[in-house]
Write a new protein. Structure first.
Ligand SMILES: Nc1ncnc2c1ncn2[C@@H]1O[C@H](COP(=O)(O)OP(=O)(O)OP(=O)(O)O)[C@@H](O)[C@H]1O
Length: 236
């Protein structure tokens, strides 16, 4: 995944960027910075649900295509699940699994995912009756349904999770990285940064950020940086 001098401007002169960064297969890049600096905005741009004012974004070699089922199978963007009042937790996941084309394997995959996400005891409940943490686990469960998410776009996935669930999530993301998934992550959870980040791109209000590609340096600064980046081979 590649951001090339991406800018998102809102009315009244509010500008996020320019930001250049890349995330290759098997890498985790963390977006850091104060509240309101633009992390969620950049993640929405990566997912293709918002569009840059300037610059280019390539995900799996092309501009993000959130309406394309193949793109959605390969790119998981964490968002709240839209709840249908008459469907259970299990049925919601079965619907997503069907959408991913899992066919006959959907039921088995959902059962396995419910166990992995600690939701097995709530499989027949309505999502509306879940706690905030359990609802966050349901949103995260969607990430584990496709056989191989090649890119994960995660905005504060630790929200509402207790210590045990955060630990599970950290291990799960580590395992996905090990399977060559790329991760673009905004988090305020220092343990995730320590355990997962290959690089940290820190955004600063009124300045851009450049991912300087120094793999040993976790805390990369904003607003400075070298020249243009080359498109890496095999980058999601
Ligand atoms: N649709 C929009 N219209 C106008 N301004 C917006 C819009 N979306 C975001 N912004 C503004 O862009 C800025 C960046 O917001 P964003 O949510 O990306 O920050 P963030 O770094 O994710 O913050 P936090 O850490 O609090 O989640 C904010 O000032 C916000 O008000």
């Amino acid at each position: 995944m590649l951001f090339d001098r991406v800018v998102r401007a809102y009315g009244a002169g509010e500008v996020i960027g320019p930001v250049s960064l890349r995330v290759e297969a098997g890498e985790c890049v963390v977006l850091a910075g104060a509240n309101g600096v633009g992390k969620s905005t950049l993640l929405r741009l990566a997912a293709g649900v918002d569009h840059p004012t300037e610059g280019e974004i390539a995900v799996l070699g092309e501009a993000p295509r959130p309406a394309d089922p193949e793109f959605r199978r390969a790119v998981f963007a964490l968002e709240d699940v839209a709840y249908f009042p008459d469907l259970s937790v299990r049925e919601h996941l079965e619907l997503v699994a069907a959408g991913h084309g899992l066919g006959d394997r959907a039921k088995e995959r959902v059962t396995e995912t419910l166990h992995r996400c600690r939701l097995a005891d709530h499989a027949d409940a309505s999502p509306r009756t879940l706690s905030k943490g359990q609802r966050q686990l349901l949103s995260l469960a969607v990430m584990l349904l496709p056989p191989w998410p090649r890119l994960l776009i995660l905005d504060e996935p630790e929200n509402h999770l207790d210590g045990a669930a955060r630990h599970w999530l950290g291990e799960t993301l580590h395992a996905l990285k090990g399977e060559n998934s790329a991760i673009l992550l905004a988090t305020h959870h220092a343990e995730f940064v320590d355990a997962l980040a290959d690089r940290v791109v820190t955004l600063t209000a009124g300045q851009g950020a450049e991912d300087t590609d120094d793999e040993e340096e976790k805390d990369e600064s904003a607003g400075e940086g070298g020249g243009d980046e080359e498109k890496p081979e095999g980058a999601p």
